[in-house]
Design a protein around this ligand. Structure first.
Ligand code: AKG
Length: 271
């Protein structure tokens, strides 16, 4: 690359694909990790999401009851309902980005399935928002990342998720003129994971196709933020996934209990 007056920056990671993903996240606020999930896993997730959405809607009194609280077409805490959704947490490309950006102590704050209805129907997630909503400030470092596992292709017909590049670096929502010019659809094939700074403004694109467009958003954050649901423990979880689910970070019932836990962790338990 020819240039003048520029000091070439050091790459953000040794792996060129990871370095580019980290640079896109930092500068634009979003990146696409292609081929992050195997096709068989994606197919199994599509079926599991349809089933969980139907079950959760039935438990709440039907789709209309969900619509009344602005939660139609959305399944919540998926990994509580089916272990297949843990596979998103295990995806090596996503794990590398999460740990590089948020550190090894990152937690899963929420895991939502989004079913964008066909025929240009409305969905709550089509409104511009941050995934840390109601926050009009920015931090010097990222504190949370969304990870949208693409189960049905994100394309011009199905709508994709639209992002406002760089909006994670500015406290306030940009002008209508900026939105009109710079809203960028993150087109991505099934199996990709669209990773974004949770403070980057985004919205679900309207699906003008004839079939639903399904995705799963796993929101990761530093262990300073509250999780939406207390995830349950289960046999066979490796230490990384235990940490990711917040099982090592439950609030202690008292100061004495907190000190006892800390002493045990440091190998200084009192006799
Ligand atoms: O599915 C989409 O296109 C958008 C999802 C979204 O905005 C969200 O989960 O925060």
């Amino acid at each position: 690359m020819k240039s003048y007056g520029i000091t070439p920056p050091a790459p953000l990671a040794a792996d060129p694909a990871l370095a580019l993903a980290l640079e896109e996240l930092s500068r634009l606020g979003f990146t696409v990790l292609r081929d992050a999930l195997p096709p068989a896993t994606v197919a199994a997730m599509r079926d599991a999401l349809d089933r969980v959405l139907a079950d959760q809607a039935a438990r709440f009194g039907g789709e209309e009851a969900l619509a009344a609280i602005g939660d139609a077409g959305q399944a919540r805490a998926l990994l509580e309902e089916d272990d297949i959704f843990l596979e998103i947490l295990r995806a090596p490309a996503l794990m590398a980005v999460v740990e590089a950006v948020l550190g090894p102590a990152a937690l899963v704050m929420q895991q939502n399935g989004i079913v964008m209805p066909p025929d240009a129907a409305e969905h709550h997630q089509q409104n511009w928002h941050r995934d840390l909503p109601y926050q009009s400030w920015v931090s010097t470092k990222p504190i949370a990342l969304g990870a949208l596992a693409v189960l049905d292709d994100f394309d011009a017909t199905s709508g994709s998720t639209l992002f406002l590049p760089g909006s994670h670096l500015h406290a306030d929502f940009p002008s209508q003129a900026f939105v009109d010019r710079w809203a960028i659809p993150a087109h991505a094939p099934a199996g990709a994971i669209v990773v974004f700074d949770a403070m980057c403004f985004h919205r679900g694109g309207v699906n003008r196709g004839t079939r639903p467009r399904r995705a799963i958003n796993t929101l990761h954050g530093i262990p300073l933020l509250a999780q939406q649901v207390a995830f349950r423990d289960r046999p066979g979880l490796d230490p990384t996934l235990r940490r990711r689910l917040g099982l090592d970070y439950q609030p202690a019932p008292s100061a004495d209990a907190w000190r006892a836990q800390r002493a045990a962790r440091l190998g200084k338990a009192r006799r």
